[in-house]
Design a protein around this ligand. Structure first.
Ligand code: AR6
Length: 170
């Protein structure tokens, strides 16, 4: 079975078949990891995103990697965490969908190594402990179902995020 790796790194530097972008539903670039990926990839990425035209929350779209070391970028749109109790299940399901749909789309395109940032835990304010449990569960389930998937790398920006994912992986 493929492995899960946890690293502290800037995702734009990661050598994998694909890296995942925590995008917005308009796919027009933004701050955080989205901004970093667009800056490193160059303007071709934004042009391709604009042609795609958008992506609903929980789904994923694929583009080229342009100037990035990765061949592809998978753009997924995480849920905004409302912190309202009645919304939690729906938000959790949407976040799980981000990981599941990104992995499935990558796999269909021949990707066997892929790097994820911690989706929704920055500007979209998802608590990182809750998000990390969902991410790890979905990644493990996917690796169990596709024995030839080689590696899923979780890329953490900062110690707090790294600790949360380390705990979730236990
Ligand atoms: N490499 C890896 N992780 C990073 C990097 C990087 N270069 N830069 C930031 N992170 P966020 P979201 C981490 O806000 O919460 C954008 O404007 C960051 O520390 O990037 O899904 C989009 O356009 C955090 O742990 O994504 C959307 O509008 C994680 O990436 C919105 O933000 C996610 O933080 C999406 O918000």
């Amino acid at each position: 079975m493929g492995k899960i790796s946890l690293i502290k790194e800037d995702i734009t530097k990661v050598h994998a078949d694909a890296i995942v972008n925590a995008a917005n539903s308009a796919l027009i670039g933004g701050g955080g990891v989205d901004g970093a990926i667009h800056r490193a990839a160059g303007p071709g990425l934004l042009r391709e995103c604009k042609r795609i035209g958008g992506c609903p929350t929980g789904e994923a779209r694929i583009t080229g990697g342009y100037n990035l070391p990765a061949k592809f970028v998978i753009h997924t749109v995480g849920p905004v965490c409302s912190r309202r109790a009645g919304e939690a299940d729906k938000e959790d399901a949407l976040l799980a969908g981000c990981y599941r749909n990104s992995l499935a789309l990558a796999y269909e395109n021949g990707v066997r190594t892929i790097a994820f940032p911690s989706i929704s835990t920055g500007a979209y304010r998802f608590p990182v402990e809750r998000a990390s449990r969902i991410a790890v569960m979905e990644i493990k389930e996917f690796l169990a179902s596709r024995p030839d998937m080689q590696e899923v790398i979780i890329v953490c920006y900062g110690d707090e995020v790294f600790s949360a994912y380390k705990e979730a992986l236990k």
